[in-house]
Structure formats: structure tokens, C-alpha cells
Design a protein around this ligand. Structure first.
Ligand code: NAP
Ligand code: 2V4
Length: 253
């Protein structure tokens, strides 16, 4: 039985990788999904087309999340399309997935790059939530996609990990804030996940990443999507403020 019938969802960064898999999975469970993207219009339209071809409901929403007017652009389009497709602006599930990745050793980090990483990975999700709060009903769901790198030392990832550490604070503090409305706020932390990047086609790189996991493999985006779909469902109603390690045992050491 589909678990999200009549629900609406926004998945940021759903034009590819983990976000795409989450959007497809939520749609499979019956949700009407807003497929947010930044630059790849064709890819996002393809996700929407694939969801519809599989019998699901979806539409695309564009917004650059690192810019001052990004949140406004996102919500104007989201609200108009929710109204059109669902008859109201109610948003049951918000998945903050969009994020920038990148490495720089501590000696090489520039202030400009640091600010951009923080703006997209930490500031934008907070302000997306702020703007979404009037649309999210009681019993809604907020899921923030972090990274196992907040618990796994990798010096060249310090900036990225800092942005994700900040994102995780949102789950902790907003879970308390929104508990009275039975809105849950949780973090999902994947480890190395094959997002289609060329990196995962390089056999030595893939092998090195794989051996970090207790299962000896990198994750497929669908395994992360399964965890998110659970947290979005009524079955997870008593989980809030949690850090869900979805790293395939990478954090076991
Ligand atoms: P990805 O393949 O690089 O896709 C990133 C998505 O985010 C795209 O849809 C992209 O949109 C969107 N995006 C990025 N920057 C944006 C911006 N400034 N404004 C608007 N949209 C933006 O990413 P992924 O590997 O699937 O990762 C998804 C999430 O999981 C990220 O938060 C990442 O930190 C986290 N994560 C990934 C891994 C991994 O190994 N892959 C591991 C742990 C955690 P466009 O392409 O349309 O511009
Ligand atoms: O190594 C990761 C990792 C990675 C990568 O695989 C490279 C990628 C896809 O370009 C960006 C990336 C993002 C991540 O969040 C992680 C990650 O979470 C991770 C990795 C290795 C060991 C533990 C981890 O949690």
C-alpha cells in the first residue's frame, strides 16, 4: 500500500543523484512531488517525465539557492504549482537535499568559497524551512540531508563538513520548536553514494570508497531514498531530532 497518498513534497536538488531518487521514491508512495533544481532544466524535466510515466505526480521548480532572492523565487513557483496540481499550498514533506560538495585543504580554503558553501548548504535550508513553515501542516515532515563526514575525519572536507554540521543543528533545535505541532525534523547522513559522478567510474576510487563501508560497497541513491521515505511516513511519527546514520556502517570505523 502506498504510504504517502494525498501528501505533497518538496525535494530540493532533485534533478540528479540522491535528490532524484528521493523524489522518485516519494512519488512511488503516492506523494505529489515538487522536483526542485538549480541549473539543469532538462534533467529536472526528465525526472518529472519519468515519475509521470511510472504513474506518479510531479512538477519542476527552479531556483538558485545561493542567491538572496532564491527562496522567494522557489516559493512563488512552488505555491503556484501546488495550487494548480493539489488545489492548495499545503506542503506535507520538505526534504532539504540540495548541496554543494567540494574539497580544499585547510591551507587552501578561500573566504569566498567558504561563504558560498555555507550559503547553499546551511543558510538556504534554514530559510527554506522558515518560508515553508506557514505551508507545513501539523504532522508534517522536515528531513535534512547531511553527510557522514560530520563524524568521519577528512581534512580536505573541513568546509563541507562544517556546513553539514550547521545543517544538523537545524534538526536538533527545530525538532524541539515544532514538536507541539507534531512536525518531525530529522537528519539523514549518507556516506559515499554513487550520484552518477565520473568519480565513481574510476575503479581505484570506487574501490577505496567502497572499503570504507561495512558492506564493502558505495551506496546507490535508492538506499538513501528508502530511509527518507520511512522518515516521511506515519510509521516514523515518534522520531524527531534524530541523526540517522545511513552510511552503510562507514561510521563504525
Ligand atoms: P549532486 O548529484 O551533486 O546533485 C546536487 C543537486 O543539488 C542537483 O539537483 C543540483 O541542481 C542541486 N543544487 C546544488 N547546488 C545548488 C544551488 N546553489 N541552488 C540550487 N540547487 C542546487 O548531489 P548528490 O551527490 O546527490 O548529493 C545530494 C545531497 O546529499 C547533498 O546535500 C550532499 O551533500 C549529500 N551527500 C552526498 C553524498 C555522496 O556521496 N554523493 C554523501 C553524503 C551526503 P542542478 O544540478 O540542477 O544545478
Ligand atoms: O567520500 C565521501 C563522500 C563524498 C564522496 O564520495 C565524493 C563526492 C560524491 O564527490 C562527495 C562526497 C560527499 C560526502 O558527503 C561523502 C561522505 O559523506 C563520506 C565519504 C567518505 C566517507 C564517509 C562519508 O561520510
Amino acid at each position: 500500500m502506498p504510504k504517502l497518498t494525498d501528501r505533497t513534497a518538496l525535494v530540493t536538488g532533485a534533478s540528479r543523484g540522491i535528490g532524484r531518487a528521493i523524489a522518485e521514491r516519494l512519488a512511488q508512495e503516492g506523494a505529489l512531488v515538487a522536483v526542485h533544481y538549480g541549473t539543469r532544466t532538462e534533467a529536472a524535466e526528465q525526472v518529472v517525465a519519468d515519475i509521470r510515466a511510472a504513474g506518479g505526480r510531479a512538477f519542476a521548480v527552479q531556483a538558485e539557492l545561493g542567491l538572496a532572492d532564491g527562496i522567494d523565487i522557489l516559493f512563488k513557483s512552488l505555491e503556484a504549482q501546488l495550487e494548480e496540481h493539489a488545489g492548495s499550498t499545503r506542503l506535507d514533506i520538505l526534504v532539504n537535499n540540495a548541496g554543494l560538495m567540494g574539497t580544499a585543504l585547510p591551507e587552501d580554503i578561500s573566504g569566498e568559497w567558504f561563504d558560498r558553501m555555507m550559503a547553499v548548504n546551511a543558510k538556504a535550508p534554514l530559510f527554506v524551512i522558515q518560508r515553508a513553515l506557514s505551508l507545513i501542516p501539523d504532522h508534517g515532515r522536515i528531513i535534512n540531508i547531511s553527510s557522514g563526514l560530520t563524524r568521519f575525519a577528512a581534512p580536505e572536507q573541513v568546509t563541507y563538513a562544517m556546513t553539514k554540521g550547521a545543517l544538523e543543528q537545524i534538526s536538533l533545535h527545530l525538532a524541539r520548536h515544532l514538536g507541539k505541532r507534531r512536525i518531525t525534523v530529522n537528519t539523514v547522513a549518507p556516506g559515499s553514494t554513487d550520484n552518477g559522478s565520473e568519480l565513481f567510474r574510476v575503479p581505484e576510487v570506487r574501490a577505496a570508497m567502497s572499503q570504507l563501508s561495512a558492506f564493502g560497497e558505495v551506496a546507490e541513491p535508492t538506499v538513501i531514498a528508502d530511509v527518507v521515505a520511512f522518515l516521511a511516513s506515519a510509521d516514523a511519527r515518534w522520531i524527531t531530532g534524530a541523526f540517522v546514520d545511513a552510511s552503510g556502517g562507514t561510521l563504525l570505523g
